[in-house]
Design a protein around this ligand. Structure first.
Ligand code: KIV
Ligand code: NA
Length: 264
């Protein structure tokens, strides 16, 4: 049976933590849910991890929908959430609902995610009123990286009150969960204890109700240095590089394909 937003609320009530990963294609989606991941995020991080952009800003609804559709189709159990990309919900509540409807109809995802706190409360209310569950995203919000001055921890010192206000606002507006990105662990713990809805941490300490990571980061596929909050559970970059190098060598030597892989 499919995980529903109510199951995640129930998990919070019972003190059961759950795991979320990004996914952008059918094989990872099926493998992740079979490995116990409760919720999958078709993130606008596809801008970086699929389409090769430097930021999340350029990716469009038209580019995300086919990926979201593949993930939804490949799964039977996980709750599938799609990011509303930059430019698809800022203008008005009507624009947000129109974009949300496209993801629900064309990709058949189960919820959408958008970035912002108090300023996005009316968007969250409009979407939930339309029957579209919303996961909020506060703290560091990558779509706003140019106005936030780059990747930096949010909610330190004086800014803690504003982050708390954002968390309360999105819960009050009807979000079923809230991602907190790059927030001091102690503040994230306070938000998690106070809010009635699950908190999903990324760089927000272990006291959140759930955690989320970009899969290519946690599996070590992405080359280069990962952010501090990423734990690399595998070295897919190394594994795949070695396999491809061996294949290339064997093709050059003429040892692949072997007789048993050839036809008479
Ligand atoms: O797009 C994304 O991958 C995200 C998560 C990292 C929270 O928004
Ligand atoms: Na995102």
């Amino acid at each position: 049976r499919r995980v529903r937003t109510l199951d995640l609320l129930q998990a919070k009530a019972e003190g059961r933590r759950w795991a979320m990963l990004t996914s952008y294609d059918q094989y990872t989606a099926a493998l992740f849910e079979q490995s116990g991941v409760e919720a999958l995020l078709v993130g606008d991080s596809a801008a970086n991890n699929v389409y090769g952009h430097a930021t999340t800003l350029p990716v469009t609804v038209d580019e995300l929908i086919p990926l979201a559709r593949a993930v939804a189709r490949a799964t039977a159990r996980a709750l599938v959430v799609a990011d509303l990309p930059f430019g698809s919900y800022e203008i008005s509540d009507e624009q947000a609902v129109a974009s949300g409807v496209r993801f629900m109809k064309e990709a058949e995802v189960h919820a959408v995610k958008l970035e912002g706190g108090t300023t996005m409360a009316s968007r969250i209310r409009a979407l939930t009123t339309a029957g579209i569950p919303v996961m909020a995203h506060i703290g560091f919000t990558p779509q706003a990286e140019h106005s936030l001055g780059g990747y930096r921890v949010q909610g330190r010192g004086e800014a803690a009150e504003a982050l708390l206000a954002d968390a309360r606002a999105v819960a009050e507006a009807g979000a079923f969960a809230v991602v907190m990105e790059m927030v001091p662990a102690e503040l994230a713990a306070r938000v998690t204890a106070e809010l009635p809805i699950p908190t999903v941490g990324i760089g927000a300490g272990a006291d959140c109700d759930a955690q989320v990571l970009v899969w290519q980061d946690m599996a070590g596929l992405r080359p280069g240095r990962a952010p501090r909050f990423v734990k690399q559970y595998a070295d897919l970059h190394g594994v795949l590089s070695a396999a491809v190098r061996e294949y290339v060598d064997e093709v050059r030597e003429g040892t692949f394909p072997e007789a048993e892989r050839s036809f008479e």
